[in-house]
Design a protein around this ligand. Sequence first.
Ligand SMILES: [Zn+2]
Length: 400
Amino acid sequence: MNTRLDKMQCCLCGQGSLSTLHREDFVELQEGYVAARMNTFAYLLCTNCGLVQVEPVPSPEALARYYRDAPVAGLDHEILRTVKDRYYQTTIDFLTRLPAFRPKRIFEVGAASGYLLHRLSGVFQAQAAGIEPSEESRRWARNEFGIELLPGMIEELDLKAHQFMATFDLVVCCSVLEHIAWPLTFMQKAGEMLRDGGYIYIEVPSLRHPQERELTEKVVQPFHLCYYTPASIALLGAKAGLACLHVEEVLALEVPIYRALYRKQSPATYAGEMFKEHVQWFEERLSPIIEECRRHITCAGNVWIWGIGDDFSKLWSQSPETFPPAKCRLVDRNPAKIGKHIGELRISPPDKDTCGIPDVILIAPNSHLVQKNIFQDAQKHFSETPIYILFRGAQSDATQ
Ligand SMILES: [Zn+2]
């Protein structure tokens, strides 16, 4: 490991200048030598994307050896039933709250003792697979949960040989990405494992301390290689061809974290789907109201629809045939609206000389206040006429 802090480029965005966020000297024990020597590492902050990277980066061989042999990975199951149980419960709560989220094949990178994978596969009735470098942890996963984890690091995993290309509905990486020197390569590989529309869920530590003004942790150096901000989390997804759907900082845990959810889908497709769902929700909400209009209009000869604005326009544009001009009168007291048309229907003042006596009055606005005013007005002038308020559900005063 050299002592020069000479990283020039951000490993995520490739731009920006890197400023030293934290620098530390430490005593390094060298394999095969009795004497220790001083070394230095630093965390460098990218001014462009916000990624924090360690410098110098340990060699891939050193990292592989560390995760294979070091006690950190194998420790997981020892604290499993106390800290981890509570910690992973928030992960499970988050994933099970997602609407229409039913992964059938789940892969976990850095699965440790397999506890989270075991819980997730139970909750979702899903097939579980994963990779874990520590043999001790893999043994635990096998004996305790019956999960056979692959050995090694994901960087070396041959996806084609394992038939893992475009296979999984969910790839989980908890407390993993901070250990990765080249996060973009990692995310691209994780993305290749996903079928179209599949998800990647990540958790990484947040450097922000709840008491502010200081960093969260002097980490187990030098193995936290990157720290993330919401901006670098989103950029990481975008560069790997994933849409970042959610980023959240969770401060309530012992170590504050960011959790994020990505989907293998172009942002345009995602936005299109969202729009379709929105329209569908909208139509489903309006359908019973249109049905009610149809019922009233069928049995009457002169129906007044009172209070013409956006809310009636939505009803009319979804089903113009529900409002035949021969039976329906649009009425409003606002002079600015009088004389305007919606289709063939003309807006008139609520005047019996122009519109005749109504058989039934339908109050169209969604706003509770406007409904109340129209109701009083209608009742005052047409006390014999039945009056119905169309939007009776969750009312808002924001429209009209
Ligand atoms: Zn950057």
